[in-house]
Design a protein around this ligand. Structure first.
Ligand code: AP5
Length: 208
């Protein structure tokens, strides 16, 4: 199964993706995680991306598109994938369509995790992320329950950057809801409920 996850920053895309990966064993392709790994490694891409990420803006399309194209070629993606955080605008969606077509693959579902902005601001301000594996939890957890790595606050989870990310989402990413609606593959889940309740709906919408 090949899935695109849509939703505002902090809607719970990564949380639901991780549950699906554990359950179904498909590849989790998170452009945010790939970019943060590049920043940590201080690669050329990471150095270029960091300023955009810290400012809550989108990293230039070509940088992200190349990253995703490479990742889609890896073996684990052949069993199916969840794209989390990509596409982020119409240009990326069009490129994704043409890349998948050239690989003979089709998207099955674009799944929107829908959460109101006020809930999101609260969630992101409280979020802590594992430096090593990217696991997320609310503040209060000092070491990662999965790998014992250090939990830290992402630079872009500070209030002024959260507001910018929400604007970026509204202006550039939200139009993809119409895009995938037009393709008749859009499904929507109410993400403002306990994680397991949201996930039960995700499973049912995906026919699992
Ligand atoms: P990215 O890492 O993709 O960030 P994002 O889309 O802003 O999404 P988040 O990771 O913040 O949130 P999420 O929806 O995964 O929520 P989570 O599950 O963690 O991107 C970061 C930056 O990279 C971008 O700003 C941009 O600069 C750049 N970038 C990335 N992709 C790009 C692209 N394609 N093009 C250009 N630039 C790109 O949950 C959030 C919190 O809520 C957690 O603490 C979690 O435990 C909690 N939570 C989750 N679900 C629930 C629930 N149901 N109830 C209560 N709490 C919950």
């Amino acid at each position: 199964m090949n899935i695109v996850l849509l939703g505002a920053p902090g809607a719970g895309k990564g949380t639901q993706a991780q549950k699906l990966v554990d359950d179904v064993g498909i590849a989790h392709i998170s452009t945010g995680d790939l970019l943060r790994a590049a920043v940590s490694a201080q690669s050329k891409l990471g150095m270029e991306a960091k300023g955009y990420m810290d400012a809550g803006r989108l990293v230039p399309d070509q940088l992200v598109i190349n990253l995703v194209k490479e990742r889609l070629q890896q073996d684990d993606a052949k069993k199916g994938f969840i794209l989390d955080g990509f596409p982020r605008n119409t240009q990326q969606a069009v490129v994704l369509d043409s890349e998948l077509e050239s690989m003979g693959i089709k998207l099955d579902v674009a799944l929107l995790v829908d959460v109101k902005p006020e809930v999101i601001i609260n969630r992101l301000s409280l979020r802590r992320t594992c430096r090593d594996c990217g696991y997320t939890a609310a503040i209060g957890v000092d070491s990662c329950p999965r790998c014992s790595g250090e939990m830290y606050q992402r630079d872009d989870d500070r209030p002024e950057t959260i507001a910018r990310r929400l604007d970026t989402y509204q202006n550039q990413t939200a139009p993809l809801i119409e895009y995938y609606c037009g393709r008749k593959i859009l499904k929507e889940v109410d993400g403002d409920r306990p994680v397991d309740e949201v996930y039960a709906d995700v499973r049912s919408l995906l026919g699992l």
